[in-house]
Design a protein around this ligand. Structure first.
Ligand SMILES: Cc1cc2nc3c(=O)[nH]c(=O)nc-3n(C[C@H](O)[C@H](O)[C@H](O)COP(=O)(O)OP(=O)(O)OC[C@H]3O[C@@H](n4cnc5c(N)ncnc54)[C@H](O)[C@@H]3O)c2cc1C
Length: 289
């Protein structure tokens, strides 16, 4: 990207005072994630709270400026790099509250997974999603990438263990989808979005081929993109939006906070190498294992 114009920089500074850098060293530091792409952002912006992110999104909408969120930066396909404006959402979003004796946890998106699990360990609990990058990846990235791991399968992934989100929408609206009146609030603040989600839900449900394909795809682990299975599993637009954000790679909303149900840490765990004569025999052993 070419240098940011003075007026664009002033516009961004007005939204995130003191949080905009165009220094070459900062742009270079953020020019790659764990993929093979190299893209130098025009500026790196570090908002300090969800209100500033919401204001940034509204600014982006007004001026047609694209924004890319970056958290742990461990994405493997270039999701966390851009040659436009990069928003660092890792550094300032690190609050964590353990709830209900560890059975639930409310966490901001910049918290690294290992840190969440370390806080849950005294309760014998952990998060469901378990990507191998847990020492560096963050809650925001896990939700937006729908990251999983070796043990969570499709039963304990983000979609299944997520309770609610605080979202900043592209218009700048901030919504807590866990609030009892979340759906009414969404309808009041974003009537078109609310109506559109209902229309989409009914269109998907009314098309037997869509229903069959969604059921088949989401019964497997390697399904990417928006959590469109929500259209079959949930009714209210606020609940639909919560699940559509899973796998959305930062394109639908900013995740400002997430509340998860946690899963138990098994007291005994072991790793073994088992040799079977055939694939069929290996699969047949799975239920017992
Ligand atoms: C060594 C290694 C092992 C890995 N193992 C696994 C694995 O086992 N399973 C697996 O699924 N993946 C794995 N990954 C991929 C990657 O680590 C995960 O997808 C990880 O969850 C990304 O998290 P992050 O914090 O690094 O996100 P980033 O890479 O910073 O961002 C990921 C996406 O999320 C968006 N985003 C970030 N924060 C927010 C937010 N607050 N709101 C909205 N959007 C946001 C970004 O725009 C981007 O699209 C691995 C990667 C590496 C390098």
């Amino acid at each position: 990207m070419t240098e940011l114009s003075a007026s664009a920089r002033a516009g961004l500074e007005a939204v995130v005072p003191g949080g905009v850098t165009t220094r070459a060293a900062d742009r270079l530091r953020m020019a790659h994630d764990a993929s093979h792409y190299l893209l130098h952002p025009g500026a790196v912006i570090t908002p300090s709270d969800a209100g500033q992110v919401a204001a940034l999104l509204a600014y982006g909408g007004r001026t047609g400026t694209g924004l890319t969120f970056r958290s742990g930066g461990t994405s493997l396909s270039g999701q966390a790099v851009t040659d436009r404006l990069l928003v660092d959402v890792r550094r300032r979003f690190r609050d964590l509250s353990v709830l209900d004796d560890g059975r639930r946890v409310r966490v901001q998106p910049g918290v690294v997974l290992r840190h969440v699990n370390a806080r849950l360990a005294p309760y014998g609990r952990k998060l469901g999603p378990d990507p191998a990058s847990e020492s560096a990846c963050t809650v925001g990235g896990v939700i937006a990438n729908n990251s999983s791991g070796m043990t969570c399968g499709i039963e304990f992934n983000t979609y299944r263990t997520l309770e609610s989100l605080v979202l900043a929408l592209p218009s700048g609206t901030v919504l807590d989808t866990g609030a009892p009146d979340a759906d009414a609030r969404l309808r009041a603040a974003e009537p078109d979005l609310h109506a559109g989600l209902l229309r989409l839900r009914d269109r998907v449900r009314g098309d037997s081929d869509s229903v069959r394909r969604i059921r088949a795809q989401y019964a497997m682990k390697n399904t990417m993109g928006y959590g469109v299975n929500a259209f079959l599993d949930h009714d209210d637009p606020a609940d639909l939006l919560t699940r559509l954000v899973v796998g959305s790679e930062g394109t639908l909303a900013f995740v400002a906070s997430a509340t998860f149900r946690t899963v138990p840490v098994h007291p005994h765990a072991a790793t073994g190498l088992l040799v079977f004569d055939s694939l069929g025999a290996a699969m047949a052993a799975m239920p017992a294992l």
